[in-house]
Design a protein around this ligand. Structure first.
Ligand code: PAF
Length: 289
């Protein structure tokens, strides 16, 4: 596996691969890699000739300086894991390599209403920062396919809107959430949980999973309130929001029949650590699952 740190070197590498007719798959990450990331990398490796993985903690998507300062980093372990998973290139740039003209955005991305709700509402500027870095990375890597985890469910919709509005030619491939044996969605932030917090964090998924049964005999609003009350009842957990949405638009819905594809998206503070997760009530075909 090659480790590339300079943008120009990456561009030269990509040009060489493309000239040789090789397809390029891309997994953008912020490092502190876990099994969830590695499942994206493995899929990327199996579907493309060249698999490029970026490890870059993007400062422009953090609206909380403490969150940026404490974000877990472990480049040595990341390099080892990526080599083992079969990645062709680890792109490990500095902030200057990604943003040679500074981190200030030269334009606002058109991300649509999907970027205004949930994460967009509670983390102002977050999705503009995500769009900025993903767009820049796509320009450098020029991937045929790019892989994103469904834990960040809303992010996938926002990235798709960015790809459309910037006229980029890349296929966005969503990949299923990976969970620990106790159900906790794998996340780099889990490394920041104390042992006591790690014990209670799986309650988030447990309550969401049980809410699918509850939903069969209750209204959408009753289900939403039930999830919030059940998680808030666990000492140490605090729900920031729980929205049940039309997954085609990311807009909250009022009743189960209002949309075909219905997903619940949650953000919970476990102490100071912000965890997100989601659950599908009705799948893309409109079937309860
Ligand atoms: O999902 C993430 O880890 C980040 O938002 C991403 C897509 C790598 C952009 O920094």
């Amino acid at each position: 596996m090659l480790i590339i740190k300079e943008a120009a070197e990456l561009e030269a590498y990509v040009a060489h691969e493309k000239n040789n007719g090789r397809s390029i798959g891309f997994v953008p990450t912020m490092g502190a890699l876990h099994e969830g990331h590695l499942s994206l990398v493995e899929r990327c490796v199996s579907e493309n000739d060249t698999a490029i993985v970026s490890v870059f903690v993007n400062p422009t998507q953090f609206n909380n300086p403490t969150d940026l300062a404490t974000y877990p980093r472990d480049e040595e372990s990341d390099a080892r894991l990526l080599a083992k998973a079969g990645a062709t290139v680890m792109f490990l740039p500095t902030v200057e390599a990604v943003y040679p003209n500074g981190t200030e955005r030269d334009h606002e991305f058109e991300l649509g209403a999907a970027a205004e709700v949930m994460e967009g509402k509670y983390r102002p500027g977050h999705f503009q920062g995500v769009a900025q870095v993903v767009c820049r990375l796509f320009q450098l890597v020029r991937p045929d396919r790019a892989y994103f985890g469904e834990k960040d469910f809303q992010q996938i919709a926002v990235v798709r809107n960015m790809v459309r509005s910037e006229h980029l030619d890349v296929r966005i491939v969503p990949c299923p959430i990976r969970r620990a044996d106790d159900g906790l969605a794998l996340s780099s932030r889990n490394a920041l949980l104390t042992p006591e917090q790690r014990e209670i964090a799986p309650m988030i998924h447990r309550v969401l999973k049980e809410s699918k049964e509850f939903a069969a005999t209750h209204s959408l609003e009753q289900t939403r309130s039930h999830v919030v009350a059940s998680i808030d009842a666990v000492p140490g957990l605090r729900v920031e929001y729980y929205e049940i949405i039309d997954a085609d638009t990311m807009m909250p819905v009022d009743n189960w029949a209002e949309a075909a594809w219905v997903v619940g998206c949650i953000t919970v503070y476990c102490g100071e650590i912000r965890l997100i997760d989601n659950i599908t009530y009705k799948n893309q075909e409109g079937n309860w699952n």
